[in-house]
Design a protein around this ligand. Structure first.
Ligand SMILES: Cc1cc2nc3c(=O)[nH]c(=O)nc-3n(C[C@H](O)[C@H](O)[C@H](O)COP(=O)(O)OP(=O)(O)OC[C@H]3O[C@@H](n4cnc5c(N)ncnc54)[C@H](O)[C@@H]3O)c2cc1C
Length: 414
């Protein structure tokens, strides 16, 4: 991979920069980069995100890699990377579209009918309709195919009952993509069907979950006799697992490993600003050694992510490096946040934005980042993938593989 822009890429970058200069405020480069986990998404933040997305869309800077017929620009991944690099240099509202644009839009493109593509994709691209992913349940996360929310056919409609959980942004979403069980008499992967559900339908109730950092980014969502028209089914009845895999493959790429570069830059700034034994902490040899270790790991991750990008640019599917990015990146972020709190000494106990060091950025990161070790595949699941698919180790024993779903014992059975 070449690291310098080609003349065409340089021209695209200059155009993007000129538009951003005219439409957004540049960040002060001497200040911290924002928390990579995002900001709290209150009503004002959602309204600001919608306004910014509409401005970008109307000027031709939204969903750059999507085909033009769905509101995109038909550009390559490299242009999207360049745009992202440039947009980060400006003070813009939080991105609430990773799930919709990165995961659900591509799923509709792959499995939707022409009518579904026309109805949903352009509005999703412009960002005025927000989407959430309704996959996980209290008893089905890593083992997603064990989900129990049911959908039963009634005329031209389906009736959905059950509960989802950890549904990011469901409390401000207009639409959700839900996987349901439509046939418990076949093996667990075979009895699933995928639907688009209007989050304002009678019987849908989203209850935000309060997190340890004080935010409420995700929800429990309850479905009680929710009626969904058959025209909202995505893919064939019983083919929900194949459709869900498309969403999950896109999820790996969309959330990636999370960038450690911004956190590392913030950490170096903290080490320069903090005084230990009368001198800047960055002059302490133990601090320097730890920073050097973080730097080496972060660089390793950066170049590994370039391997993924190269694979995508060549049109091939990224290999195991997709799992390595998050398996290494999320723990690294947690270690850096923990070290930042060590550097702060007793001030680490102050998480309040108004009084904490760096406006409480490190406390927020320290409390929020364990979620990144769970979301989109836990550390253990990623290690299983690496063990089985990369190292060729024997697969886990899966005792329920050939059983009809209704025969799999549950905790509630005697
Ligand atoms: C910040 C955040 C946002 C999320 N957003 C969404 C969302 O928008 N939509 C959605 O549907 N879901 C979402 N999730 C849910 C997420 O996908 C699940 O939490 C995740 O898949 C893990 O499932 P679980 O929580 O049920 O844990 P479990 O699967 O019950 O796992 C519990 C523990 O057992 C371990 N374990 C499980 N199976 C194995 C195994 N086979 N081998 C070894 N160890 C194992 C796990 O690693 C974990 O430590 C989100 C989660 C987080 C943290």
């Amino acid at each position: 991979m070449h690291f310098d822009d080609t003349p065409q890429e340089a021209e695209f970058r200059a155009k993007a920069r000129a538009w951003l200069d005219a439409n957004a405020k540049k960040r002060d480069p001497s200040q911290n980069l924002p928390n990579p986990l995002g900001e709290r998404e209150d009503d004002a933040a959602v309204a600001a995100a919608k306004a910014w997305q509409a401005t970008k869309f109307d000027a031709g800077w939204a969903v750059l890699t999507w085909p033009e017929e769905f509101g995109g620009q038909g550009l390559g991944r490299m242009e999207q990377v360049i745009w992202n690099q440039e947009e980060t240099r400006y003070d813009t509202p939080p991105n609430i579209y990773t799930i919709g644009h990165g995961m659900l839009g591509p799923t509709i493109m792959a499995h939707g009918s022409d009518a579904q593509k026309t109805r949903y994709l352009r509005d999703m691209a412009r960002g005025q309709e927000i989407w959430c992913q309704l996959f996980s349940e209290p008893d089905a996360g890593s083992d997603l195919a064990g989900l129990r929310t049911s959908a039963v056919k009634d005329g031209d409609e389906w009736v959905i009952n059950g509960q989802k959980i950890w549904s990011t942004g469901a409390h401000f979403s207009d639409w959700g993509m839900i996987v349901t069980r439509t046939d418990p008499n076949v093996v667990k992967h075979a009895g699933l069907t995928y639907f688009i559900v209007d989050m304002r339908s009678p019987g849908v109730e989203a209850r935000p979950i309060r997190q340890i950092n004080g935010g409420s980014g995700f929800n429990e969502v309850f479905f009680t006799d929710v009626r969904v028209p058959d025209s909202n089914r995505l893919g064939a009845v019983g083919d929900g697992w194949r459709v869900a895999i498309t969403t999950l493959m896109n999820e790996r790429v969309a959330i990636g490993g999370g960038s450690s570069a911004g956190t590392l830059r913030n950490l170096f700034k903290l080490a320069r600003d903090t005084r230990v034994k009368g001198q800047p902490a960055i002059q302490d040899s133990a601090v320097r050694q730890q920073l050097a270790e973080f730097y080496v790991k972060a660089k390793g991750l950066q170049y590994t992510s370039y391997r993924t990008l190269s694979a995508l640019l060549r049109g091939t599917t990224p290999g195991p490096e997709g799992s390595i990015g998050k398996a290494v990146g999320a723990p690294l972020g947690q270690q850096m946040a923990s070290f930042a709190l060590d550097l702060q000494g007793p001030f680490a106990a102050v998480s309040d934005e108004a009084h904490g060091v760096d406006d409480g950025l490190w406390q927020d990161l320290y409390l929020g980042i364990p979620g990144m070790r769970i979301a989109g595949g836990t550390d253990e699941i990623l290690k299983n993938i690496i063990a089985e698919r990369v190292l060729g180790l024997p697969p886990e024993v899966r005792v329920d593989k050939d059983k009809a779903f209704r025969e799999i014992p549950t905790g509630t059975q005697k």
